[in-house]
Structures are given as structure tokens and as C-alpha cells.
Write a protein that binds this ligand. Structure first.
Ligand code: SF4
Length: 359
């Protein structure tokens, strides 16, 4: 095997241009790190899915949960047993995909039976049409997982569910994580996201927005009051942000967009290619990057990063084709842990969750 080799991203910026943002990317640009959105676009432009870090297990399970809700609302799944079987099948398919895509990921655990049971309980209510807003009416049309692109207003995304009923639209977004903040209020980012989906539906003249709803994994329904003015203001903001992002790309000036933060960077989906990543000493799973300076045994690579020398052990678990061919190469190790709590700060070992990239 070889580690996944990512081409130099500096050579790719010429090909990167932002035409649209998804509602979730827009939220992240406003409240997180806009540079991450650009790096994701670079990876996308490079055209190989394995350059992306694997999605968080909650994201994968969220997709599986959506699928089960969709099949339950179509009547394809009706009993808990059928739903459990499809859950296992989808989880196993995703695990297989992870193993095939990421050769160093030795144990891609993604299952979560608590989430499964909650999702199935709600899927049963969908199937039995116990959910008020899904009550049948003669003109109703339910559309699931609908990709929408509105280039003229700089938006694109996939709507989890739309109910189109006599010229009216209900937009429904399923969330597998927490929907409210510490104070019990609906998270602002979700209010923004739903209003942007509404803007796309209005732009495409799909109907009048009748309601915006969030549903959490336990089936709890949260209504968001639709505010047309907010929707319009957000669309204007999206256009301005796109201009700013493209200007930054053209000038290769990213300083205003980069927002390193110990918590944020530690879980960032682009931390393997980001030169500005910082991480907390408290983190168990760490990201270590450097040039391979020496290979001291068949089990250990010694990396140099500036003044720091890192020792990474456990490499012997990987059947690497050309073990010594990595001397002088830049490698990044994601999800390595300290060898021991007593060891110095620079001695790490690979784990069953480790990913290794050559940059
Ligand atoms: S690692 Fe940190 S600074 Fe870099 S893109 Fe991610 S969040 Fe931004």
C-alpha cells in the first residue's frame, strides 16, 4: 500500500471559483472559518474523494437516517425489523466504503444503536402518518432529498424534505445532533439555513413558504417562524460573501478568512492540508505533520517540523510497498495519540483511527 498523496494545493487555486454556497457553508463562513470552505473547494477541484478526510460518523449516520425516513414515508419500510435490517445493510456499506477509500483506517466504527433506535421510533410514526403535517391531502406532493441550484442568487443545496400542497411549501430539515443551544433556543445557524432554503424555493417559484420545520432525531418538531425580509437580507449577504471569497482567491490573500481556533481546528475537515491549524494539548487524537527525517526501525518514522522532531511508532501495522521511499517526504498523520502520558510531547503512536497522507 501507499499513503494517499494529495497534489500541491497552491497549484490549484487558479481553477477554484465560488459560484454558489450551500446554506450550511454560508453559516460556517459567518460563524466558523471561511478558509475551510475554500480548502474544501480546492479538494473538490482536485477531483478525488479520498483527499477529503472521512466524514464524521454522525454525518454518515445522518445520511442513513434520512434514507430510512424517506423509505418509511414512501411505504417501502414498514416494520422495525425491516428498518433494523436496512440500517445494518447501510452501515456495512458505509464501513466497506471507508475501508476501501482509506487504507490506514483499520477500524471504521460508525454504528450507534441509540441513534438507530431513536431514528426507527420516529420512522414508524412517519410510516403510520402520525405526524400531523404529513397527513394526506389530495393535492399534496412530498419531495425528499431534492438538490436545488440557484446560481443567479449564489445558492445551492439539498432540501431534506418539501411538502408542496396547493401552491404552498413546507420545508423540513432533519437534524441528527442538538437543535437548541445551551439556553434552549433554536440554534441561529439552523434558522439561517432554513431561510436560505426558503429563498431558493421562492426564487424557483416553487410556491409560497407556508412553514419551516426542524425535526431532531427523536422526532421532536421545531417550527421556525418564516421571515421573508430575513430571507432577502441573507441572500444579499450570500452574494457579498461570494464576491469576497473570489477576491481572496484571485489575490491569494486569505488572512481575513482564516480563523484558527483550538477547538475548531482539532476537528476541522481540512486540517490535513491547512498550514494554519492549531490544536489543544488536551486533545487525545492529534494531527502531526512533518518531513520524514529518519526511519529508525521497521516500526517508527521520525518526522521533522521546524525545530520539532516527532517520533511516530506503530507504522509496522501498514503493509507499505516502499517503506524507505518516504524519507524526505512530507507526511501528515491524523488521529495519533501520545505513546504514554509520561512520554515527552513528541512521541506518538498510530491508532486504529489513524489516517496518513503524503503532501
Ligand atoms: S484547520 Fe483551522 S484554520 Fe485551518 S481551515 Fe480548519 S478551522 Fe480554519
Amino acid at each position: 500500500m501507499r499513503f494517499i498523496k494529495i497534489p500541491h494545493i497552491d497549484d490549484t487555486w487558479d481553477k477554484v471559483h465560488i459560484k454558489t454556497l450551500s446554506p450550511s457553508s454560508f453559516s460556517w463562513i459567518c460563524n466558523g472559518c471561511a478558509y475551510q470552505v475554500l480548502l474544501q473547494k480546492v479538494l473538490y477541484t482536485l477531483g478525488d474523494n479520498t483527499y477529503f478526510l472521512p466524514p464524521h460518523k454522525n454525518t454518515i449516520l445522518g445520511t442513513i437516517i434520512h434514507k430510512i425516513y424517506e423509505l418509511a414515508s414512501k411505504g417501502t419500510l414498514s416494520t422495525p425489523r425491516e428498518m433494523m435490517e436496512i440500517w445494518e445493510q447501510l452501515v456495512n456499506e458505509q464501513k466497506k466504503k471507508l475501508i476501501e477509500s482509506y487504507p490506514t483506517l483499520l477500524n471504521p466504527k460508525i454504528n450507534d444503536y441509540d441513534k438507530r433506535n431513536k431514528a426507527i421510533r420516529y420512522a414508524i410514526t412517519i410510516h403510520e402518518k402520525k405526524t400531523d403535517f404529513l397527513l394526506e391531502s389530495t393535492n399534496i406532493k412530498i419531495v425528499s432529498e431534492k438538490p436545488i441550484v440557484c446560481e443567479d442568487i449564489g445558492l445551492s443545496g439539498v432540501v431534506d424534505k418539501m411538502i408542496i400542497d396547493s401552491g404552498n411549501i413546507d420545508i423540513i430539515d432533519y437534524k441528527s445532533g442538538r437543535v437548541v443551544d445551551e439556553d434552549g433556543n433554536l440554534k441561529l445557524e439552523y434558522i439561517v439555513q432554513l431561510h436560505l432554503y426558503a429563498a431558493m424555493c421562492v426564487h424557483l417559484s416553487l410556491g409560497n413558504i407556508r412553514s419551516l420545520k426542524l425535526i431532531d432525531i427523536e422526532g421532536q418538531l421545531f417550527d421556525i417562524v418564516y421571515d421573508e425580509e430575513l430571507s432577502k437580507a441573507l441572500v444579499k449577504d450570500v452574494a457579498e460573501r461570494i464576491v469576497k471569497l473570489n477576491n481572496a482567491i484571485n489575490a491569494r490573500q486569505f488572512e481575513d478568512l482564516i480563523k484558527p481556533d483550538k477547538d475548531r481546528c482539532g476537528y476541522c475537515s481540512c486540517r490535513h492540508i491547512c498550514n494554519y491549524m492549531i490544536q489543544s494539548d488536551e486533545l487525545i487524537y492529534r494531527t502531526i505533520c512533518g518531513y520524514v527525517k529518519r526511519i529508525s526501525s521497521s516500526n517508527m518514522y521520525i518526522l521533522q517540523n521546524g525545530d520539532i522532531t516527532y517520533y511516530i511508532s506503530g507504522i509496522g501495522v501498514y503493509p507499505i510497498d516502499d517503506y524507505y521511499g518516504y524519507i524526505g517526504k512530507k507526511l501528515v498523520f491524523i488521529n495519533v495519540i501520545r505513546t504514554s502520558s509520561l512520554a515527552n510531547n513528541y512521541t506518538y503512536k498510530v491508532t486504529e483511527n489513524t489516517l496518513v497522507y503524503e503532501l
